[in-house]
Design a protein around this ligand. Sequence first.
Ligand code: NIG
Ligand code: FE
Length: 425
Amino acid sequence: MDRVDLIVFNAGQLVTCASDGPKRRADMRDVGIIENGSVAISGGKIVGVGTTDEIYRGFDAVEYFDAGGKVVCPGFVDPHTHIVFAGDRLSEFELKIKGAEYLEILANGGGILSTVRATREASIEQLVEQSRARLDKMLACGTTTVEIKTGYGLDTETELKMLAVIEILDNTHAIEIVPTFLAAHAVPPEFKDNADAYVDLVCTEMLPLAWRWYEQSQFSMNGTPFFVDVFTERNAFDVAQSERVFTTAQSIGFKLKAHVDQFTSLGGSHAAMAAGAASIDHLDEISDGEVSELAGSDTIGIVIPTENFNAGKTRFADARKLIDSGCAVALSTDYNPGSAPCPSQPMAMAIACRYQKLLPAEALNAATINAAHAVGLGDSVGSIEVGKSADICIVDAADFRLLAYEFGGNLIKSVIKRGERVVTS
Ligand code: NIG
Ligand code: FE
C-alpha cells in the first residue's frame, strides 16, 4: 500500500480527458469518464487514477478530499491570452456598439494602440497587481495553466517590462504560465507607415533580448517553452513580414504561434504551418486548402468564439468543419481588454457549443488536453493521468455537460494546482 499526500475520492464522474496526443475526430467526443472515480496525488503529481475501489486498494493518504459525487475534471488550460495590460477599452466598447469596426478603430490609433499607451505608462508593480487580479478570476473559473502574450509595449523597453511582469506572476500565482513574445502585435505609432522598419527592430533587437531574458528565467529552467506570435492581418503585419519574424525567431530558439484569419484570409495560416507553428489561432477566415493542411499537420487550431461573441458577430470560425476534417482543435478565451474581456474557459465552451456546434465533450477536450498541446505542455498538464501535474477542478455538477450547458455563473467549487488546494468554496 503506497502512502500518498492526497486522495480526491468519490467523483461521480471522474472526467480524465486522457489521451496520448492531441485529440481529433471521434476522440474529441470521448472525455474518458470513470464512474465513481478517485485520484491519488503525491509531490504535486498524479500517481493513481481509477475507480474509488481501485485507488483505495492501492493507496492510503495523509489527506482525503471528498468530491461529494460531483464531476472532477482537469484544470482548464487557456492557450491564448493577453492579460498583462493597463487601462480599459470601455469607450471602444461603446463605439463598437454604435457600429465601429475593430480594425477601423486600430487604424485610427485606438484599439490595441490605446492599450499600448496605457501599458507603456504603467509601472511593473501596477501591471503585476492588475494582472494578478485577472489570474485570480481565471483560477476561480477553473483555469490552472495560462499562456500570456506581450504585445502592448511595441517598444523594446515595454515588451521586456511585460516579460518581467509575466515572470513575477508565474513566481507568485498558483496558475502556471507559458510566456509568448508578441512584439509583432500592431505597428506602433513611431513606425506608422513603415512597418518593415518595425519588423527590423523586432528581428534585430527585440527577439535576441527577449531570448536572453528567457534563458535566465525560471521558464527555461523548468523546460517551459517560449513562443513568438505575430498578428498577420490587414492594418497589422502581412505574410512576408510575418514570415520574417518566424524565420528569425525560430533560428534563435523560439517556438511559434500566430494570430491568423481573424478578419481576412491572407494565407497566414499556411505561412505559420509551413514554419512549423505549434498553433494557429482564430481561423474565422481560413481557406479550405488550409483546413486540409491543418488536418494533416501537428499544428493545433485554436478557435476563439469569445471574440466573435464580444463583437456581436453571428459568424464564427467553423470549428465543426475543422473537427470533422481531422484538425486538432483547442479553445481559448483570448482574455484581453479589446476583443475578448473574458476570464472563463467554461464561457468559451458555452459559446462554442451554441455557435460552433461543438458537443460539450468536444469543447471540454478543446479546453484541456488539446489546449495543453497548443502551449507545448501536452505531456504535463491538460488531463488526469498518472505522471501529470495534479491540476484538478471539482465542479458543482453531476454531469460534465453542465459545464457548457449552464452559463453566466461559475460551477467550479474547488481547484487543485500541483496537488495544492488553491480554490475552495
Ligand atoms: O486576439 N487580434 C489581435 N489581438 C487580440 C486582441 C487584442 C486587443 O484588442 O487588445 C485578439 O483578438
Ligand atoms: Fe489574441
